[in-house]
Design a binder for this molecule. Structure first.
Ligand SMILES: C[S@@+](CC[C@H](N)C(=O)[O-])C[C@H]1O[C@@H](n2cnc3c(N)ncnc32)[C@H](O)[C@@H]1O
Ligand code: SF4
Length: 367
């Protein structure tokens, strides 16, 4: 079993109206305190081997160059990062500079994830982004010049007023960048977002139609789907994310970060003041935990497996975890297969194209 390391950098310049991630806006002045807290947190894992590292946010590219240096020192000082580890750093177009990109490359980051969202200026404005399309393209080109040969781009679609023509044009512009990986997310109205508070809605049927366009257009460019929202050129599937979806272990450092280790899942305080004060007073910021074993763990790994195109080998999973999926859940699986939402292919069970659109409903029946 592999272990991944996730480090959450919560700082953002502005809160985007659709976002519900744990972020801290206008708080970059607390960067030094935050990195000191991360140093303390990482020390508890001294000597642990990790096979992938993911610096996510928030907006990691908001960090200063000295913050980035300290961050990678604390990682290397406390974890044994395997020689061929995938090391990803998330960046937003307006805050990633040439100086930071060069530093990241020199420090060993080998994968960048750029939050582009759209290459349509009107769309970017309505999403409340602080960059325009031109800035996003320049940031991408700059990352290439700085030596990054593995770049992922985040894109959002599925807006109520978005036409199929507008979607196809946006996809064409994004794919023209020729990134190795794209993550395409249908807009979700998250409860803790401004969009939710404003009563904004999405149309699930229209999003399902757009999803078909997305898959067709992106795959035609040679990026193969390997998970519901993720597409990669051969050889560029994200190792860190695959480890999550295969039920692997991970350590999460920082505000709101989750860890999964030894049948246990635990998570940190999800506001900056609480995270910092807990780290200072107690040396850890854990605010919750649960034991994950037996059927619950098997079900969870199985459901994650359904998100991947490769699907999941239930018999192998049952053998490995020494527990069986209960009969009523197996019957529910059979009924989803009869409905054409899941399919069996040799040893693997996977979601069909139709099933991928209703994975949340399938999961709710199987939990
Ligand atoms: C950790 S988030 C943000 C990364 C980065 N700070 C940025 O803004 O680009 C990762 C991605 O999730 C997607 N995302 C965030 N909120 C979403 C929502 N409500 N619906 C769909 N996708 C969302 C966006 O594509 C975003 O880039
Ligand atoms: S989408 Fe990204 S930049 Fe916007 S608030 Fe969320 S984490 Fe911050």
């Amino acid at each position: 079993m592999k272990t991944g390391l996730y480090v959450h950098i919560p700082f953002c310049m502005k809160k985007c109206p659709y976002c519900s991630f744990a972020v801290a806006v206008g708080q970059t002045g607390r960067e030094e305190d935050y990195i000191s807290a991360l140093e303390r947190e990482a020390f508890a894992y001294k000597g642990m081997a990790v096979e992938s590292v993911y610096i996510g946010g928030g907006t990691p590219s908001c960090l200063s160059t000295s913050g980035i240096e300290r961050l990678f020192c604390l990682i290397r000082d406390n974890f044994k990062v395997s020689e061929h580890a995938e090391i990803t750093f998330e960046a937003n177009p307006e805050s990633i500079t040439t100086e930071k990109a060069r530093l990241l490359r020199a420090i060993g980051v080998n994968r960048m994830s750029l939050g582009v969202q759209s290459l349509n200026d009107a769309r970017l404005e309505s999403l409340g982004r602080t960059h325009d399309a031109d800035q996003a393209v320049r940031a991408f080109d700059m990352l290439r010049v700085c030596g990054f040969s593995n770049i992922s781009i985040d894109v959002m679609y599925g807006f109520s007023e978005q036409t199929h023509v507008a979607l196809a044009e946006d996809l064409k512009a994004v794919l023209a960048l020729k990134s190795e990986h794209v993550s395409l997310y249908a807009l979700n109205i998250e409860q803790r977002s401004l969009y939710f508070a404003r009563g904004k809605q999405v149309d699930a049927d229209a999003q399902a139609d757009m999803y078909e366009i997305v898959r067709r257009v992106v795959e035609a460019e040679g990026l193969l789907q390997y998970e519901v929202s993720n597409f990669a050129k051969p050889g560029f599937v994200s190792a860190h994310n695959m480890n999550y979806w295969r039920g692997g272990e991970y350590i999460g450092l920082g505000m709101s970060a989750h860890s999964h280790r030894d049948e246990r899942r635990y998570w940190n305080a999800d506001t900056l003041p609480l995270y910092l004060s807990m780290m200072q007073e107690k040396g850890n910021a854990m605010t919750g935990e649960e034991l994950l074993c037996g059927v619950d763990k098997l079900t969870e790994i199985f459901l994650f497996g359904l998100r991947m195109n490769e699907g999941v080998d239930l018999n192998e999973l049952e053998r490995r975890m020494n527990v069986e999926l209960p009969m009523e859940k197996k019957e529910a699986l059979e009924s989803f297969i009869d409905m054409g939402l899941l399919e069996e292919d040799g040893l693997f069970i996977r979601a069909t194209d139709q099933g991928r659109l209703v994975l949340d409903e399938i999961s709710a029946r199987l939990i």
